[in-house]
Ligand binder design. Structure first.
Ligand code: ATP
Ligand code: MG
Length: 594
């Protein structure tokens, strides 16, 4: 059926919506693909839904090609399974919680590991039932702290989530590799530039977790890469432990450095009052900055309530602590500021002048102290002397102070040495589009998913979990494919194959355009036909066609008097005239080309 603009449920907007930040998202709203219902919650209008369905189809086809079986879990879920895995607590404010009329706690599912695990537990008992891969394309809910960027970060969004179930690590690795290959096919078909990055620092080993990031300057995630092809999330970069160096510094000495609570003021004071003897100037990288944060750990076996722990992090003074890297290291604990009142309850801490002297669990403050791994044993530092207005010079790591361990939390910079040893790192931004993750037995253990093995012994099943942001994919494609005038869809995702515009007033124009539309549809080409009559001028129709962004536009207008129509390529702007009699074949051929 030809879709006619005169009856399509659509109102394009000339003005940018006030609540949209990103250009692609503004266009999705203006062109009538989505509408905001609440912060981070979107309605998919007919045009948008067509694009969304195309993404879903690509994802579904590739998941089925690796043997995935589709099912659908509810979004409204009972609390108990999430309590068993502690995620009822760990998810914190991100979880949408509700209470039913019988006072039972429920939630809107943020992701479904628990439910899949329990379903398999209910139905399967033997190793013969495995391997198994199940998936759904389903609505998820997360009460994101910063719903922004339109459908890129929603509070309600569609995710494809799949889960693999295997008897052993070999099986899990196979399922993981199959998903990885399927994801490559999916993202190639979706047509955006992406990188596959190591997602976390590999506490579970090797390639246990990777993310597919769409490369995008507006992305929220920063990733690094080097010339060898290594790519990683900033959170996953492992700065190598610096090798010990020979101690060359003399004994440590405490000096008066009044009014130097910041690194800049300290460096200036050092150069003015305590110049180095080797002729070089002091710089921020000679200083050791000790940052204190508060970790809020979730309740656990020993604590009924979430509990707070101060943590001190020592980094070279020319670097900040990177919030995302720190969060990744301490999860599931959350990071909060160490506030005035916290200083008040730790009198040994001299704010602005905190040094290793009072840090470390052996020491007076009792605060755990972790160092950046770039701080070599034997290296000398200027750092706080734990007294207001005083710093200590030539404090040597390993000789004069030690810490409780190291932490990968300092910011990563363009030009830092690559952990592969191969050149330096460059930084770029991306949007996480997919995540593949070897869960192992964590969920199966918590929920008791066991099957009998060949010898009749009960073994815990090992799982993988794999997500793709389906609604997010539409957002990413929109951000990547637009110009001043509107969206410019790739053929694979465009809501229609061709946009036919009847540009003029005569009956002949309308009957010809309608006839061409019908014949194109009959050939399997999907048509959006702008049949609006009356006051809608050709100019308005062209503007709407550009805004909506169907890659091929067929204009039936003035040329018809000479027996020609015009085919426009929305992407290149190229236009050519073809005889009316050849229009259907010409458009069909064009639509079939990439
Ligand atoms: P992010 O780091 O962007 O918050 P995540 O790591 O929490 O994402 P996962 O739990 O791995 O996300 O979810 C799988 C996929 O679902 C992600 O790769 C992403 O494509 C998509 N996704 C996650 N959160 C959202 C959201 N708020 N809106 C839209 N898509 C999302
Ligand atoms: Mg993720």
């Amino acid at each position: 059926m030809v879709t006619r603009m005169s009856s399509l449920f659509l109102r394009t907007l000339r003005e940018d919506p006030s609540d949209a930040e990103l250009p692609g998202h503004k266009l999705l709203v203006r062109a009538g693909y989505v509408r905001r219902a609440a912060p981070g919650v979107y309605t998919w209008l007919p045009l948008g839904l067509r694009v969304l369905r195309k993404v879903e189809t690509i994802v579904r086809e590739e998941m089925e090609a690796i043997g995935g079986q589709e099912l659908s879990f509810p979004a409204l879920l009972p609390k108990e399974p999430y309590e068993a895995t502690n995620r009822w607590t760990e998810y914190g404010d991100n979880l949408f919680r509700l209470v039913d009329r019988k006072d039972a706690d429920m939630l809107l599912g943020p992701t479904h590991e628990e439910m899949f695990c329990l379903a398999v537990k209910d139905m399967y008992t033997s190793y013969k039932d495995l391997p198994l891969t199940l998936f759904q394309i389903q609505t998820k809910y997360r009460d994101e702290a910063r719903p922004r960027a339109g459908v890129l970060r929603g509070r309600e969004f569609i995710m494809k989530d799949s889960y693999s179930f295997d008897i052993d690590d070999t099986g899990l690795q196979k399922a993981y590799d199959a998903h990885r290959d399927a994801y490559i096919k999916i993202f190639d078909r979706l047509g955006f530039e992406y990188v596959i990055v190591h997602a976390d620092s590999g506490a579970m080993g090797g390639s246990a977790s990777e993310e597919f990031l769409a490369v995008s300057p507006n992305g929220e995630d920063t990733f690094v890469r080097d010339a060898s092809g290594y790519a990683a999330n900033v959170e996953a970069v492992e700065v190598p432990q610096a090798a010990p160096v020979e101690v060359t510094a003399g004994p440590a000495h405490v000096e008066d450095t009044p009014d130097t609570p910041t690194i800049e003021t300290l460096v200036a004071a050092l150069n003015a009052d305590h110049p180095r003897t080797d002729g070089r100037e002091w710089s921020a990288s000679d200083t050791l900055k000790n940052v204190i944060v508060t970790l809020v750990h979730p309740a656990d076996e020993e604590h009924d309530e979430p509990w707070r722990e101060p943590l001190a992090i020592g980094v070279p003074g020319d670097r900040e602590v990177d919030a995302k890297r720190l969060e990744a290291q301490v999860a599931p604990a959350e990071v909060e500021a160490f506030e005035e009142k916290d200083f008040a309850s730790h009198p040994s801490l001299a704010k602005g002048y905190i040094g290793p002297g009072v840090l470390g669990s052996e020491n007076t403050s009792g605060i755990r102290y972790l160092l950046d791994p770039s701080i070599a044993e034997g290296s000398a530092w200027v750092t706080g002397a734990d007294e207001h207005g005083k710093h200590v010079i030539d404090l040597v790591h390993g000789r004069d102070f030690t810490a409780d361990g190291t932490i990968q939390a300092a910011e990563i910079r363009e030009g830092d040495p690559s952990p592969t040893g191969d050149g330096t790192l460059t930084l770029a931004r991306g949007v996480e589009m997919g995540h593949i993750f070897q869960l192992g037995t964590k969920y199966a253990e918590a929920l008791g998913l066991k099957v009998l093995d060949e010898n009749g012994k009960l073994v815990t099943v090992t799982m993988g979990s794999y997500g793709i942001g389906v609604t997010r994919a539409v957002g990413v494609v929109a951000e990547d494919n637009h110009d001043e005038a509107g969206l410019v869809w790739p053929r694979t995702l465009a809501p229609f194959d061709v946009h036919v515009v009847a540009a003029g007033k005569s009956d002949e124009i309308f009957t010809t355009a309608a006839d061409l539309s019908a014949r194109l549809e009959a050939k399997g080409v999907s048509v959006l036909y702008d049949d609006r009559a009356g006051k809608v001028s050709p100019g308005v129709k062209f503007k709407d066609a550009e805004l909506i962004g169907v890659p091929t536009i067929l204009v039936v207008g003035k040329g018809l008097a000479e027996g020609v129509v015009e085919i426009k390529d929305r992407r290149s702007g190229d236009r050519r005239e073809v005889p009316v009699a050849e229009a259907v074949d010409a458009v069909t051929a064009e639509v079939a080309s990439p």
